[in-house]
Design a binder for this molecule. Structure first.
Ligand SMILES: NC(=O)c1ccc[n+]([C@@H]2O[C@H](COP(=O)([O-])OP(=O)(O)OC[C@H]3O[C@@H](n4cnc5c(N)ncnc54)[C@H](OP(=O)(O)O)[C@@H]3O)[C@@H](O)[C@H]2O)c1
Length: 286
């Protein structure tokens, strides 16, 4: 079977051309980050992936290389400013300045507030918030001098509305939105696109991990809604970069929540509270 060159694939798939563009994805070894990296690669981009586990990075890189895309990896912890800045410096020296940055590295730890140590809150901020901030700081000077570039951070539907069990996680995801929405106003004069993605529950290793221990109330709130696929979120991200979207959603409910949040939040919270009462009855809580 003949291997189709990236340009052919681009023509076949609606002219979305990222060939020659350098896309850096933190958390690119798994879940949404990996799916986004594969999607960008399918449109001809050159990829750089950052995460901690070298083996997972190498496995992800070989999947991307199979799409005939150039790919480089660097192992670094995004909450370590020096390490992640050094990783980005190395990757841009190798593959050119960063045209698109997607900050998908993240962690979650749901639980009852009174049982969560302050350490957990700090860890969420370190990885989910500062781990978003540091890579952005690393690429912004070059984007500003080139007056071009695109930055997409991954917040969450839990970055739009408070959810039982996510006191630590949601706080970091609300913070990501505050950072990016303010940054956008500063970067608009430089022609730099700044977008925020708000995925709903997405079928990834992270969701499978938290499902093992999250409070019954949190599970009831998620209810029967089927998680979306990482590929669906990835397509929304790539399309969001192409169309320079400020707000990137992958499902109608989150899109509605973003647009009409103030109006529907009381209804949503009332529904959440009903589910919380039901869960408390089920687990015999006083
Ligand atoms: N899945 C969902 O339901 C959902 C919903 C809304 C938003 N999100 C957000 O989407 C993003 C991606 O989540 P996912 O579901 O794709 O999770 P995932 O499959 O667990 O992937 C997380 C990625 O981040 C990397 N990572 C974690 N901690 C890191 C650190 N300290 N430094 C560098 N890399 C780190 C992981 O690799 P290593 O462990 O090797 O470092 C992995 O590549 C997160 O920001 C998450 O909060 C997820």
């Amino acid at each position: 079977m003949a291997v189709r060159a990236p340009a052919d694939r681009v023509r076949q798939r609606g002219g979305m051309d990222f060939s020659g563009k350098h896309v850096v994805v933190t958390g690119g070894s798994s879940g949404i980050g990996l799916a986004a990296a594969l999607e960008f690669a399918s449109f001809g981009a050159s990829l750089s992936l950052i995460a901690r586990d070298r083996q997972k990075l190498d496995t992800a890189a070989s999947r991307i290389a199979r799409l005939n895309s150039r790919v480089a990896v660097a192992a670094a912890d995004v909450s370590d400013e020096q390490a992640v800045c050094a990783a980005i410096a190395g990757l841009t020296a190798q593959s050119g300045p960063c045209d698109v940055l997607v900050t998908s590295a993240g962690i979650t730890y749901p639980g009852y507030f009174e049982q969560l140590d302050a350490k957990v809150f700090r860890q969420m901020m370190d990885v989910d918030y500062f781990g978003t901030l540091y890579p952005i700081q690393a690429v912004i000077p070059s984007m500003m001098s080139r007056r071009a570039g695109s930055i997409v951070a991954i917040s969450s539907a839990a970055g739009l509305v408070g959810v039982f069990g996510y006191t630590a996680y949601a706080a970091s995801k609300f913070a990501v939105r505050g950072l990016l929405d303010s940054l956008r106003q500063e970067m608009t004069p430089y022609g730099i696109h700044v977008g925020v993605a708000y995925p709903p529950d997405t079928d990834t290793p992270m969701l499978r991990y938290e499902n093992e221990f999250k409070p019954l109330e949190t599970r009831k709130i998620a209810g029967a809604i089927r998680p979306v696929s990482a590929e669906r979120v990835a397509k929304a991200i790539v399309n969001g970069v192409r169309r320079r979207r400020r707000v990137i959603t992958a499902d109608p409910l989150t899109a509605l929540l973003y647009r009409a949040g103030g109006l529907i939040e009381p209804l949503l919270t009332a529904d959440f509270n009903r589910k919380v009462r039901q869960a408390r009855r089920e687990r015999g809580a006083g």
